[in-house]
Ligand binder design. Structure first.
Ligand SMILES: Nc1ncnc2c1ncn2[C@@H]1O[C@H](COP(=O)(O)OP(=O)(O)OP(=O)(O)O)[C@@H](O)[C@H]1O
Ligand SMILES: [Mg+2]
Length: 247
């Protein structure tokens, strides 16, 4: 049984159906990838699982450890150990990095220093910096991952964990993902990147708000080679790669 199960999930926003009959489950302690072209509904799925404002009015069910969470607030879901990495840790604007990580820390978890080392930010250089626009986009992204590492969540969704990350730092992000897994977290990577997708054992391919295919990562990889699986999406990729994020 999956730790988090989505059943026949529909989400309509302003009269437009964004998620259409999505059924899938995420396996405890495994790393999963959610892939698909721009506008496929990947981030919306994460928002619906997290219960963000505007994404809570779903049909169907989302169950965490066997219990429906669709009636719970974001905070209640967070207390259960569900988390979503936003690109910008805006809610903590102005705090020091040390306080920001301290606020996220779980009892008995890894320290702020260890988490910073893990993502490749030197504690000596960063602990006293403010969490604000003076941090670069990549530094914020790494800090966000560090905050998740100290949090020790049960279920973590990382939306485009490589965005803004330079090639040399990417392995640090991957190490962070593997650390989460070693902590026992169930991980969901939302990505356009074949390199990120290869960090996952299982993959789910979305298109036009629907789950098109799922399976072990190698069986879904041909998507990145332009061999999009049958669906009625208007912008199906052509063979040989195109503008839809193919590498
Ligand atoms: N609050 C909203 N109001 C209206 N439309 C929305 C809203 N949120 C999402 N959508 C639409 O839902 C569709 C799916 O968006 P979503 O952000 O989930 O795509 P995605 O798969 O994450 O794409 P990308 O790869 O570009 O990040 C898009 O067409 C988007 O415009
Ligand atoms: Mg998205």
């Amino acid at each position: 049984m999956g730790i988090l199960e989505v059943s026949n999930l529909h989400l309509t926003i302003n009269g437009t159906r964004i998620l259409n009959d999505v059924t899938l489950d995420f396996w405890e302690g495994h790393v999963h990838a959610v892939v698909g072209p721009n506008g496929a509904g990947k981030s919306t799925l994460a928002a619906a699982i997290m219960g963000l404002e505007g994404y809570r009015d779903v049909e169907g069910d989302i169950r965490f450890e066997g219990q429906s969470i669709t009636g719970l607030s974001v905070d209640q879901r967070a207390k259960k150990g569900i988390t979503l990495a936003w690109q910008e840790p805006a809610r903590y604007e102005g705090l020091s990095v040390a306080k920001f990580l301290g606020a996220a820390a779980a009892d008995g978890g890894i320290t702020a220093e260890e988490a910073l080392e893990q993502v490749g930010l030197s504690p000596a250089r960063y602990l006293h910096r403010a969490v604000d626009k003076s941090l670069s986009g990549g530094e914020r992204k790494k800090l966000e991952l560090a905050s998740i590492l100290v949090m020790e969540p049960r279920f973590v969704m990382l939306d485009e964990p490589d965005s803004g990350i330079d090639v040399a730092s990417l392995h640090k992000i991957f190490e962070g993902i593997q650390s989460l897994r070693k902590q026992g977290a169930t991980v969901v990577l939302i990505t356009h990147s074949i390199t990120v997708m290869k960090q996952a054992e299982h993959a789910f391919l979305f298109c036009g708000g629907r789950l098109i295919d799922k399976g072990r990562t190698p069986s879904i990889l041909p998507y990145f080679e332009g061999e999009c699986l049958p669906c009625d999406h208007q912008n199906v990729p052509t063979r040989g790669g195109d503008e839809h994020g193919h590498e």
